[in-house]
Design a protein around this ligand. Structure first.
Ligand code: AHG
Ligand code: MN
Ligand code: MN
Length: 340
């Protein structure tokens, strides 16, 4: 019998809390509640082909994007798992324009939850991995039920961040600042079991770069030169040697990057001058995880975690993964960006 002890995510969260004498337990409860929401969403995702939640919900979200029914379901599950617990003062969701105060009928707490309830919406109906991304900040204002100031905090201040990837298995990956740990859902017992302790992003040489190359012609010259280098078509001696992987679900592309190394990119282009991905509940939480795993994340100009947010749904270009490759991206983006 091998000595493999079984650690559930609830046990892991409690053990992490014990390492922080100042911890009140409220913070741990938010993580536990997120794990519960993940189980509920996972069950629905895995039945998506069987129940009437495929297809579009018929309206558009604040981003002007068509909302898929699973987006709405995931949003509702997370909100209802969190609204009554007394740990949060407010929430921010990709699917809701303004921040979401905790209703007066429920007690308010000292934390803010920011989340993308369902990431990879374009992949829902084609049975490709999708995910949920979350970030936890501490309240900084004196507003009992939250304020914009509580929501617009730099990623460097996050207390925790994580994601759920609903793929061939459902995994929850999180960090509270003491490394990155992955848990795989065992649906037969309904528990997330520790399967990837202290994940470290492999350093170069690594095999993958990940970007939607359909937009190549729109990118500025620096971005194009970066891709030419990664593809080995720029004539440099140290270019090339990569495979391309692009799933089109940020969570799935990031999860692979975290485990296998490489560079995920979503650059800006004239049609998306700030990029497509949102800072508060996509780039920032994943940047926190990347840094905790020994990698890093940049907008191409600055560390994602140092950006002072100005608006809830603001977007940012994103270059994330193995540190040396993010450095390389910044190097090329700092170079000549016009045709010169
Ligand atoms: P969301 O479904 O939350 O709107 O996110 C979709 C994002 C992200 O998951 C992915 O990396 C990106 O959209 C793919 O965009 P393109 O289709 O332009 O490549
Ligand atoms: Mn998303
Ligand atoms: Mn989404």
């Amino acid at each position: 019998m091998t000595d493999t002890h079984i650690v559930t995510i609830d046990r892991h969260i409690i053990d992490e809390e014990r390492r922080k004498p100042e911890a009140s337990g409220a913070f741990s409860n938010i993580l536990t509640d997120m794990a519960l929401a993940a189980k509920v969403i996972s069950r629905q995702v895995n039945m998506a082909g069987l129940v009437d939640i495929l297809g579009r919900a018929g309206h558009r979200n604040v981003q002007g994007e068509p909302v898929q029914k699973l987006d709405v379901f995931a949003q509702d599950v997370i909100y209802r798992a969190m609204d009554h617990t007394g740990h949060l003062c407010c929430m921010v969701s990709e699917e809701v324009e303004d921040f979401i105060p905790i209703p007066d009928k429920f007690p308010a707490g000292s934390y803010v939850l920011l989340f993308d309830p369902l990431d990879g919406s374009s992949n829902i109906d084609v049975n490709v991995s999708i995910g949920t991304i979350f970030s936890i900040q501490r309240k900084v204002s004196d507003q009992e039920r939250g304020s914009l100031d509580d929501c617009l905090q730099p990623g460097r201040r996050q207390l925790a961040a994580g994601y759920v990837v609903y793929g061939s298995s459902t995994m929850l990956v999180y960090s509270t600042g003491a490394g990155v740990h992955g848990f795989t859902l065992d649906p037969s017992i309904g528990e997330f079991i520790l399967s990837h302790e202290d994940i470290r992003i492999p350093r170069s040489p690594t095999r993958y770069y990940s970007v939607n190359e359909a937009y190549y012609s729109r990118w500025n010259r620096g971005t194009q030169r970066l891709l030419d280098h990664l593809k080995g078509t720029d004539g440099s001696a140290d270019g090339g040697g990569f495979s391309a992987r692009y799933i089109g679900s940020l969570v799935a592309d990031f999860h692979r990057t975290l485990l296998r190394g490489g560079l995920f990119m979503y650059p800006s282009d004239p049609k998306q001058p700030e990029g497509k991905l949102r800072l508060l509940y996509e780039a920032s939480p994943l940047a926190f995880l990347a840094e905790q795993a020994g990698g890093r994340a940049s907008s191409g100009e600055e560390n994602i975690l140092d950006i002072q947010p100005e608006a809830l749904h603001q977007r940012t270009p994103l270059f994330i993964g193995s540190g040396e490759l993010v450095d390389l991206a910044e190097h090329y983006l700092a170079g000549p960006t016009d045709d010169g």
